[in-house]
Design a protein around this ligand. Structure first.
Ligand SMILES: Cc1ncc(COP(=O)(O)O)c(C=O)c1O
Length: 393
C-alpha cells in the first residue's frame, strides 16, 4: 500500500512552518508522537513520576515488542537508550578483546564510532583496520573477505547508511561473511532505521543500534540497542546499576540475562513512550512503502540537482538512501544552508564520511563541512523538492 501523503502531512504540524529536508538530522515528529510525550509529562505533573510510570507500565513494556517487531528481533534482545552512540557503545565497549586483536571497519563508519574504537584500541592494544571502498563507494566486500581470512578479528563494524553520501552499504553481504567467519557483526543503523525495512536475521548482525529522532520520527534523546540472544552472555556491560544486576553471594553479581542489562534505571519515560509510538506509526505505514517513497523523492531531487550546471551531486552507492549530498560552485556549504534557511527550508551540512574517518584515524579534528545534505522523508512533497531546486537555480 502506498502512503497517503496528505494524511501524514495533516498529522505533521511542522510542515506548515518549514520545508524540512533535515530528516537525517532529526525529523519532524508526528502529532501522535508529540502527544504521547506531552501526555506522559502531564501525568508526571499530575500524579508523580513514579506513579505515572507505574500507570504506563504495560505501554512501556510494549515499546520493546514494537522495536523488536520493527527489526525482526525478540523483545528480550532490545534495550532502550538515550542516544544511538550510547546504545552502540554499550555493546561495543563490553566486547571481550585480547591485545593485538583487529577491528574491521568500513571507510564510511560514523566518526563518533571511530573515536570510541580509537579509545578501545588504545586501552586494549587493538588494531583498527579500515576496509576499502569499492568503486561505488560502498564497503568492498571482497577486501573485507580477505581481511577476515587473515584472522584475529574481534569484530566488524559497519554503518548501514552513512550520514552523508547517499548510499546504503551492502550489510546483508557483510553479515553473511561475518557469520561464515564466526566474527561479531555490529551494525550502526541510526540512519537506516525508519526509512527502510530492517531484519536482523536477513542482515546477519549480532548488534544493531538505532536512534529515535532521525528517520523514525521519534523524540530527541531516544534510541535502542539490539543484541542477539546468543551473544548476550558474552557481553558484560561496562557499567551496572540496580536495574541491570543484583548482588549474589559474598562478592558476586547476577547480571540480567536480557538486553536490558545495557540500560540505566533512570530514564525519560515520556521519551521511551514517544519512541514506541513512533515505531508503531512507522509499522502502520509499512516500511516497504516508506522506503519506496523516500527513494523516489531522493532520486527526483538528485536528478533535478544534477541538471543544474553549478551543482555537483556527491552520492555514491548502488542502492541509495533518502540522503542527498551536493555542493554549489562558488558557495560554501554553510552559506547555502543559511540562504535556504532564510526561505524556511531546512537542510544541513556535513563533511563526506570517508574524510571524517580519515581525519579521526590520522589524529586530526574532524574535517570541515564540505557538502550540503538534503534528506527527504515520506511526508515531503514533490512541490517542496521543486522549491528547493528552484531556489538553488
Ligand atoms: C550514521 C550515524 N550513526 C550514529 C549516529 C549517532 O546517533 P546519536 O546522535 O543518536 O548518538 C549518527 C548521528 O548523526 C549517525 O548519522
Amino acid at each position: 500500500m502506498s502512503i497517503d501523503v496528505q494524511a501524514v502531512r495533516r498529522e505533521t504540524r511542522g510542515v506548515r512552518n518549514v520545508t524540512h529536508l533535515n530528516n537525517a538530522g532529526s525529523s519532524l515528529m508526528s502529532r501522535p508522537v508529540a502527544e504521547t510525550v506531552v501526555g506522559h509529562l502531564r501525568r508526571e505533573e499530575e500524579i508523580g513520576g513514579y506513579e505515572a510510570a507505574e500507570e504506563a507500565a504495560d505501554r512501556l513494556d510494549d515499546v520493546y515488542s514494537s522495536v523488536a517487531r520493527l527489526i525482526g528481533a525478540q523483545a528480550n534482545e532490545i534495550a532502550l537508550a538515550e542516544s544511538g552512540s550510547r546504545a552502540w557503545g554499550a555493546a561495543v565497549y563490553s566486547l571481550p578483546v585480547e591485545p593485538g586483536a583487529r577491528l574491521l571497519i568500513g571507510r564510511t563508519e560514523y566518526s563518533g564510532n571511530v573515536i570510541a574504537l580509537r579509545q578501545l584500541a588504545r586501552r586494549h592494544g587493538l588494531q583498527i583496520v579500515v576496509v576499502r571502498d569499492d568503486p561505488h563507494g560502498q564497503v568492498d566486500v571482497e577486501h573485507l573477505q580477505r581481511e577476515l581470512e587473515r584472522g584475529n578479528v574481534a569484530m566488524v563494524a559497519l554503518t548501514h547508511v552513512p550520514m552523508a553520501n547517499g548510499l546504503v552499504n551492502p550489510a546483508t553481504q557483510v553479515g553473511r561473511l561475518c557469520r561464515a567467519a564466526g566474527v561479531l557483526f555490529v551494525l550502526d543503523a541510526c540512519q537506516s532505521v525508519g526509512q527502510m525495512p530492517l531484519d536482523v536475521e536477513a542482515l546477519g548482525c549480532d548488534v544493531l543500534a538505532g536512534t529515535g529522532r532521525k528517520f523514525l520520527r521519534g523524540p530527541r534523546g531516544t534510541a535502542f540497542l539490539y543484541v542477539r540472544a546468543s551473544v548476550l552472555e558474552q557481553l558484560e556491560p561496562v557499567m551496572l546499576d540496580g536495574h541491570s544486576a543484583v548482588p549474589s553471594g559474598a562478592n558476586g553479581l547476577e547480571i540480567r540475562g536480557d538486553a536490558r542489562r545495557f540500560e540505566s534505571w533512570e530514564t525519560s519515560v515520556a521519551g521511551r513512550l514517544g519512541l514506541g509510538r513512533a515505531v508503531d506509526y512507522a509499522l502502520a505505514l509499512g516500511l516497504d512503502a516508506v522506503q519506496e517513497r523516500v527513494a523516489r523523492l531522493a532520486e527526483l531531487l538528485r536528478n533535478a540537482l544534477s541538471a543544474l550546471p553549478a551543482v555537483t551531486v556527491h552520492d555514491g552507492g548502488v542502492i541509495r538512501s533518502g540522503i542527498v549530498t551536493f555542493s554549489v560552485r562558488g558557495s560554501d556549504a554553510g552559506t547555502v544552508r543559511a540562504k535556504l534557511a532564510d526561505h524556511r527550508i531546512n537542510v544541513s551540512v556535513a563533511p563526506l564520511p570517508s574524510s571524517e574517518v580519515n581525519a579521526v584515524l590520522a589524529g586530526k579534528p574532524c574535517a570541515a563541512p564540505t557538502v550540503v545534505r538534503a534528506s527527504v522523508h515520506y511526508y515531503n512533497t514533490e512541490a517542496e523538492i521543486q522549491r528547493l531546486v528552484h531556489l538553488l537555480r
